[in-house]
Design a protein around this ligand. Structure first.
Ligand code: FNR
Length: 389
């Protein structure tokens, strides 16, 4: 079936992946209320249609984290992507480079920063958690510096891991060997097995050569999650700020108070994010808090955004409400699981076309016009979205 939107890519991913991995990507924590709200709440805003504007020339380029990019979005950090497609991180990074947008490498990726850099010269961000083992963090920071990473993304919303019930059922993060049930799931996806398992079960990049994390990404997933520092505080942000001279974005901000505190602690950007509804279930959708956070920060630092983005219209709404750039999560990973690098390129191309058409029909030709127009380009809708506005 042809992929003509992100939902098609999602369906294709479901057909290609063993259930344990599709559910890991697709699911959220507990009742998945926040996961659903992220997507649904975009409908709280309608787009104002403006006509008789010459829109022959449109410019989708945007500047964030110190560089101009061809499109107003980037690929965000997603763990274990090398399990969803062979060398998945390299495939996604290549697609991002071709499209002229940044790629973010998760702390829990299968590929290492060095491997990405060998294959791709595109803008690269590295995501870090605060890990209990500070010497490991220091080694990762040095790695990022050595490989010319352009920004570090410190994810701060994961002091404890949210319970994702689909993962509980499938045993993701609790299996350290392939059980008969899992073997059956794998047997139903022979092409995935042949591609991803042909050289043995993939290992998480930062766990390679560190036997304390176990062997095989499944065992490592659980052990690494336990490495995340539960006692992380603002002092840890200051600790990182002292050691990293490049750009620093703090990911997982959901209220104006924390946004201000992150700015005060030296962040160059904040990322409004609830981890795609995978952490605090019941937290507000990201689009619903974006306006107040953007207003509280003004132009002091950049406001970046993620959560629930499956359509170009949603990217346009986030930009109009104050985001300087948007990160894709599941949207690109569905494309990756469906068709590797080609699938990621397809998702990027579809979203770029959707953004371009949407802006044209709104009579907007560039990101600066979109920012200037701001929320006046939108209209609050009656009676839609999870908040019942
Ligand atoms: C994530 N996310 C994430 N974030 C992070 O900082 N480090 C990580 O390792 C991961 N891993 C991860 C795995 C999977 C499968 C998903 C779906 C998400 C969160 C991610 O960066 C982003 O915040 C959300 O994905 C955004 O929501 P949408 O766009 O996926 O709805």
């Amino acid at each position: 079936m042809a992929i003509i939107n992100v939902e098609d890519a999602r369906k294709a991913a479901r057909r290609k992946l063993p259930r344990i991995f599709f559910d890991y990507i697709d699911g959220g924590s507990f009742s998945e209320t926040t996961l659903c709200a992220n997507e649904a709440d975009f409908a709280r805003y309608e787009l104002r249609q403006r006509v008789l504007v010459d829109v022959r020339e449109r410019d989708l380029s945007t500047t964030f984290l110190g560089k101009a990019h061809a499109l107003p979005f980037a690929l965000g950090p997603v763990g274990f992507t090398g399990l969803f497609w062979r060398s998945g991180e390299l495939a996604a990074a290549a697609a991002a480079e071709r499209a002229g947008i940044p790629f973010s490498l998760s702390n829990f990726a299968i590929a290492t920063i060095g491997e990405i850099r060998q294959k791709s010269a595109g803008p690269l961000y590295a995501q870090l958690y605060v890990l209990r083992d500070r010497s490991l963090m220091e080694a990762l920071i040095e790695d990022a510096e050595r490989h010319g990473v352009e920004a570090l993304i410190l994810t701060v919303d994961t002091a404890v891991t949210g319970v994702r019930e689909r993962d509980e059922r499938n045993g993701f993060r609790s299996l350290d060997r392939i059980t008969p049930r899992l073997a059956l799931q794998f047997a139903r996806r022979p092409r995935w097995c042949a591609a991803v398992l042909s050289a043995g079960f993939p290992q998480v990049g930062i766990a390679r050569g560190r036997p304390q994390f176990g062997s095989g990404a499944l065992a490592q997933a659980g052990n690494l999650a336990r490495q995340i520092e539960q006692g992380l505080t603002w002092d840890d942000l200051a600790w990182l700020r002292e050691r990293w001279r490049g750009r620093l974005a703090v990911k997982g901000i959901l209220c104006a108070e924390d946004a201000r505190r992150a700015v005060g602690s030296g962040a160059d950007a904040i990322i409004v994010s609830n981890h795609g509804g995978r952490q605090l279930d019941g937290a507000p959708s990201t689009i619903s808090v974006l306006p107040e956070i953007a207003a509280s920060i003004g132009n002091e630092v950049e406001v970046l955004f993620d959560g629930g983005v499956r359509r170009g219209t949603q990217i346009v709404k986030a930009l109009a409400l104050g985001a300087h750039g948007v990160f894709l999560g599941r949207a690109y990973v569905y494309g990756l699981a469906a068709d590797g690098e080609r699938g990621v390129s397809r998702v990027i191309e579809l979203l770029a076309a959707e953004v371009s058409i949407t802006m044209a029909l709104m009579g907007v030709r560039s990101f600066s016009e979109l920012r200037q127009g701001g929320s006046a380009l939108l209209r609050q809708s009656l009676g839609t979205g999870s908040g019942g506005m």
